[in-house]
Structures are given as C-alpha cells and as structure tokens.
Design a protein around this ligand. Structure first.
Ligand code: ADP
Ligand code: MG
Length: 355
C-alpha cells in the first residue's frame, strides 16, 4: 500500500472558481457599492440614490437614471466576462469607462441575492430579473426565471441582499455595521465630489434623513462643504496643470496653510477611478510639511488624468491600485505645482499681516 502516491488533480467546479474570484473582488460591502456606482456613472446617469441596511450586509440598493439595460441582455448580464465596454485586449489601452471586464455583477451574484430592475428609453415597461451564481433565477422556487415586466422609470435599480450569505466565515468577520456604513458614506462622498453634474444621495433603510444629499448643479466646493464641512471648504485653493512630456493633466482642490488636521484626507481619482496611492500620499504630506504645523495634515482632492496608453489599470483584481509610466516625475510635477500655489497664498497672507 503506497501512502506517498500523489493525489489526482481535478478541475474545480466553475461555480467554486467564481465564488473564490468573487470573494477576492468584493471583500466588504463598500467594494460592491463602488462597482455599482461606477456602472451607474458609466451608464450616463445624472442621479444616483443609495439605500443601505446593516452596513450593506443586509441590503445595498442603488437606483440610477442612466441608459438602462436591454431586455435581451439580461440573460447574460451576470455571466463572468460579459461587458458592453471592451472587445479586444487592445481596447484596454484606450478604455475611458470605469468598468472594463464584466466581472462585478457576476461576482456579486455568486455571493449575494441580486435583483436587477431596468428600463431603457425605448422600452414601454421596466424588466425585473433575479440572479443566482451568474444565471437568471426564479423569484420563488417553481416560478420561471425569465425577466418579468414591471412598472418603472428609465434607468436601473440594482438590489444586493444578504451579501456573503454563502461565505459564512467572511460574513462573521464583520463586527460593526456602522463601520461598514461609514466606509459606504465615505465612498459615496468621494464620487459625489468627483462627478460634477451628478446628484447623489445615500441613506439608511427606515431613516427619513439622508447621510449624503448632493444636488445635480452643486459646485465642487459646495459638494466638499456639504460632505467635509466649512472648515475645509473655506480654505481651498483650486489648481490645474498639465504636462505633455509625461502625458498628464492634474486638477483639483487643496487646503491652504490655514487648515490643518491630524490625518491627511486624499481624494484621488486616476482617469476617473477612485484609487489609493501611498506614493502620492507620501509626496503630498512631505510637500505640505513646509507649510503646516508639526503633525498637521491637509485635505487634497486630486483629479489626475493620464494618457490611457501610459496606464496599466489591470494590475489588481479590485482595480484599487493603478500603475502608470513616469510615476515619480508626474507626482513631483503635481506636488511642485501645488507647492507654488500654496507659497503664493502664504506670501500674500504674510504681506497682508505686515501692512
Ligand atoms: P463591466 O462594468 O466591467 O462591463 P459589470 O459586471 O460591472 O462589468 O457590468 C456588466 C454590464 O452590465 C456593463 O458592461 C453594462 O453594459 C451593464 N450594466 C451594469 N450596470 C449598469 C447600469 N447601472 N446601467 C446600465 N447598464 C449597466
Ligand atoms: Mg462595472
């Protein structure tokens, strides 16, 4: 009897593979929400409403007024790698939309109960479909899985219920619904500041007051005032610079030397995607150190557009990190430009107090 014989290798069931992939893309409710916001913005929406129960673990619903989804596409909507945004690998180089590889809805359907209600401009009714593990599913056992006609306004409503219901270890790891809700408000606020001409609202289910409420025509400074308060909004300098050599445009709003707080707030959008970058954060903090009291930090909203040919958006399954060419040069150029703006304000202030 040979105890050292290798075990046989077998292909994993596709549903198992999909469930593993889903857990990598959607780690917390806020990650599902980010994907849904990006989809709604991609669909040309001018209004986004978010409704949340138990920090998004019980319910996460986003209603938009965008282009809607064709009824004929509902059957494949939640299959992995189905998308309206990308056809060839080369398309990745010029992709301007947020989503690009058709994984978000598929992932969500593997780890939550997903309902989609959608109406295009030229359809005379809305259609509602339920999904389970990438496929259309009946609303109740025994019923037909086919989309059913319902009354509804143009646009799309995505309802995600019982997130991680079939990933019990992940579900149990969430200690506090209010922590998850705070992450959701933070993310909605970031997109609300970035997406001018789009109205945003976010509220807890069963509560009448909203946590975020931004009108369509609110300016960027108004949006920052509503979300981060007057102490930030009253001390902002606007900046805008570009450089053809490195192929970037940078604009945004940053606090002046009057404002200082314990921790940096960095709202970073690279090609309209909300991302993190510890390199940019470090460079910004270093640059501000010359202007702020010891342990003081700024608020910076930075909208960085980099020639798509120079960006590799495909490095991280969650798309939270983005790599680009000449990163050091671009960061340095942007920080130097903000520094000169800060210095100009600082000089005029010194001048005012001297006279
Ligand atoms: P991706 O965004 O990468 O294409 P998703 O799984 O997020 O993949 O979405 C799949 C497709 O579903 C999108 O390409 C788009 O055509 C459609 N879609 C998703 N959400 C919306 C929405 N809110 N409004 C209109 N179409 C949508
Ligand atoms: Mg998407």
């Amino acid at each position: 009897d040979d105890t050292n014989a290798p075990r046989r290798i077998r292909a994993l069931d596709p549903d198992v593979v999909n469930k593993i992939a889903a857990g990598e893309i959607i780690v917390a409710p806020v990650h599902a929400l980010k994907e849904l916001i990006e989809n709604a913005v991609d669909a040309g929406s001018t209004s986004l409403e978010v409704l949340v129960k138990e920090g998004g673990l019980k319910l996460l619903q986003i209603t938009d007024n965008g282009c809607g989804i064709n009824k004929e596409d509902l059957a494949i909507l939640c299959e992995r790698f189905t998308t309206s945004k990308l056809q060839t690998f080369e398309d990745l180089q010029s992709i301007a939309t947020y989503g690009f590889r058709g994984e978000a809805l598929a992932s969500i359907s593997h780890i939550a109960h997903l309902t989609v209600t959608t109406k295009t401009q030229d359809s005379n009714c809305a259609w509602r479909a339920y999904y389970d593990s990438g496929r259309l599913a009946p609303a109740k056992p025994g019923q037909s899985p086919d989309p059913r006609p319902v009354a509804g306004r143009p646009g799309t409503q995505i309802t995600v219920e019982d997130l991680f219901y079939n990933v019990p270890n992940r579900r149990r790891a969430f200690r506090s619904a209010s922590d998850e809700y705070n992450k959701i408000i933070d993310m909605v606020g970031r997109y609300a500041i970035h997406c001018s001409h789009v109205a945003f609202s976010c509220k807890k289910h069963g509560e009448s007051s909203t946590s975020v409420a931004i009108q369509t025509n609110a300016s960027a400074v108004d949006r920052i005032r509503q979300i981060y308060g007057g102490s930030v909004a009253n001390e902002l300098i606007e900046f805008s610079t570009s450089d053809d050599r490195w192929g970037f445009k940078a604009k945004g709003l940053a606090t002046n030397a009057n404002y200082s707080i314990k921790k940096t707030t960095l709202l970073l959008f690279i090609n309209h995607r909300c991302v993190e970058s510890s390199n940019i954060r470090k460079a910004v903090e270093q640059m501000y150190a010359a202007f702020l009291p010891k342990n003081g930090h700024p608020f910076v909203y930075l909208n960085l557009e980099i020639d798509p040919q120079r960006v590799d958006v495909n490095v991280h399954p969650t798309k939270r990190e983005v790599n680009f060419l000449n990163e050091d040069e671009i960061i340095q150029a942007v920080c130097e430009y903000i520094r000169s703006k800060l210095a100009a304000v600082d000089t005029s202030r010194t001048f005012l107090t001297q006279t």
